[in-house]
Design a protein around this ligand. Structure first.
Ligand code: NAD
Ligand code: APR
Length: 235
């Protein structure tokens, strides 16, 4: 039997139980910070140090030994072990918990905290420490300022062509831990074929729940391993 093609979309909710705050919860990141200040190109032009500080804090968290992949990340890595590249994880998260759990076929559509890029040429650098105002690229002459390799509001998410191709072809589309507030990710469920099985896993039904055939309400750390077991038996 042919292995099923599965696209998994993840959002901040999948990392919540690992200790990384989501954006839109009552204690979420957007309660404390204005999106216009820290997550737009204009905010970076106005206050680069504020923006770098915000992402430096987020980056540092990834080196906190208390923050580890949880059962949901691990279950998705197991799913890839079973079905190989037929499983594609598309994450809106900029943390590295999917890769630490073992997922390899992964798209970071909103960028990665552990990369920065030249604000001039776009060249991408791996980066693990804080970015300071003195840090400059090595690709330009004169050397230019570095910016977080994060897709900000108003910018184009990464690898969209590959994502839409996979959405067109998949047998299962599973959205995990995302509020459905931010496009284009919130529109992915409407891109799949009519035969595709659509499942939402979230702590509460999302903004876009009506587009899913199956809405499962609860913790990702419980419902994702359950889904992975189910599909392992069904397929
Ligand atoms: P929108 O319709 O303006 O679409 C968001 C745009 O941002 C899309 O073009 C999307 O491709 C792009 N984008 C790319 N990467 C992103 C990323 N990492 N995070 C977020 N967006 C990304 O979106 P909207 O949700 O209707 O937002 C409109 C405005 O409303 C935002 O710019 C923001 O100022 C505000 N907003 C506030 C909150 C909040 O919780 N307070 C949440 C969402 C939006
Ligand atoms: N298990 C499952 N779902 C959870 C859990 C959990 N343990 N904890 C929280 N959630 C759910 C919340 O109910 C919420 O619906 O996860 C969702 C997180 O939503 P947001 O904070 O809005 O995060 P996300 O959807 O990833 O945001 C999308 O917006 O600000 C931008 O670029 C940023 O990538 C981000 C994008």
């Amino acid at each position: 039997m042919k292995p099923p093609k599965i696209v998994i979309l993840t959002g901040a909710g999948i990392s919540a139980e690992s200790g990384i705050r989501t954006f839109r919860a009552s204690d979420g990141l957007w309660e404390e910070h204005r999106i216009e200040d820290v997550a737009t190109p204009e905010g970076f032009e106005r206050h680069p140090e504020l923006v770098q500080r915000f992402y430096n804090q987020r980056r540092r968290q990834l080196f906190n030994p208390d923050i580890q992949p949880n059962a949901a990340h691990i279950a998705l890595a197991k799913l890839e072990q079973k079905f190989g590249d037929n499983v594609l994880v598309v994450t809106q998260n900029v943390d590295n918990l999917h890769e630490r759990a073992g997922t390899r076929n992964l798209i970071h559509m909103h960028g990665e905290l552990l990369k920065v890029r030249c604000n001039w040429s776009g060249e991408i650098y791996d980066w693990t420490r804080d970015v300071t105002e003195q840090d400059r690229c090595t690709c330009c002459q004169p050397p230019r300022r570095l910016r977080p390799h994060i897709v900000w509001f108003g910018e184009m998410p990464l690898q969209m062509e590959r994502i839409y191709q996979a959405l067109n072809e998949c047998d299962y589309f599973v959205s995990i831990g995302t509020s459905g507030n931010v496009y284009p990710a919130a529109g992915f469920v409407q891109e799949v074929s009519p035969q595709c099985k659509t499942i939402e896993i979230n702590l509460e039904p999302s903004q876009i729940r009506s587009h899913f055939a199956d809405v499962r309400v609860g913790k990702a750390s419980e419902l994702v391993p359950q889904f992975v077991n189910e599909i392992g038996i069904a397929e």
